[in-house]
Write a protein that binds this ligand. Structure first.
Ligand code: SF4
Ligand code: SF4
Ligand code: SF4
Length: 194
């Protein structure tokens, strides 16, 4: 059975972590957390927003709405090595919205405008669809609502965006509120890199 911690112990751990981070010891902070019984982690193979085959189903926003922090410890992460750098990214644009005069969907998908789209390299205005675009998540705005993750998933996208817990923000609750609410049992405390 998993060891339970008192609220005082959690706060002491968080306080020690904040001190270590302040000293530039992010690695030490993670080692401190992971050395006990691991850290809360999100399994992308289970989460409905990233799980292959779960298409045409509602987006789950419980990572955004149930974390005890005002702005969830969960964020979207774009794996740029997998990203197609698409002209019309189905995670950035609401591809169901009307097409505007510029030939692009008129609305963005992210409700918090947390994805930044920039053109890469020399831009050819005569053929914008033939250029490449970089999509970067603004972590100060993202709350892990999962919409972009579902939008990027195959077959619409390449599945380069996933949700992940920010270990430096998570206060390591004894019983993670997201784990309790998660309909897919995608949350577990595991050693780092497990
Ligand atoms: S997870 Fe939600 S808030 Fe974060 S970038 Fe994606 S759509 Fe925006
Ligand atoms: S352990 Fe607490 S702070 Fe961390 S993700 Fe879960 S609810 Fe949020
Ligand atoms: S609560 Fe579970 S299914 Fe919902 S977004 Fe978070 S990890 Fe995915």
């Amino acid at each position: 059975m998993a060891e339970q911690y008192t609220r005082r112990e959690v706060l002491q751990t968080a306080a020690r972590g904040a001190t270590l981070v302040g000293l530039g010891g992010v690695g030490a902070f993670l080692a401190l957390k992971a050395g006990r019984e691991g850290v809360w982690q999100l399994d992308v193979e289970r989460c409905v927003n990233s799980r292959h085959g779960a298409v045409g189903v509602p987006v789950c926003d419980k990572c955004a709405t149930t974390c005890v922090l005002a702005l969830s410890a969960v964020r979207a992460v774009n794996d740029h090595a997998k990203c197609g750098r698409c002209y019309i990214c189905p995670a950035y644009f609401d591809i169901k919205s009307a097409v505007g005069p510029d030939g692009l969907p008129s609305h963005k998908l992210c409700p918090r405008d947390a994805i930044v789209r920039t053109v890469i390299g020399d831009f050819d205005p005569r053929d914008p669809a033939n250029n490449y675009y970089e999509y970067v998540i603004d972590e100060t705005k993202c709350n892990g609502c999962g919409k972009c993750v579902m939008g990027c998933k195959e077959p619409a996208g390449l599945g380069s965006i996933r949700l992940a817990v920010r270990y430096d923000l998570c206060v390591d609750c004894n019983r993670c509120a997201i784990a309790s609410a998660c309909p897919d049992d995608a949350y577990a405390r595991r050693p780092l890199d497990a």
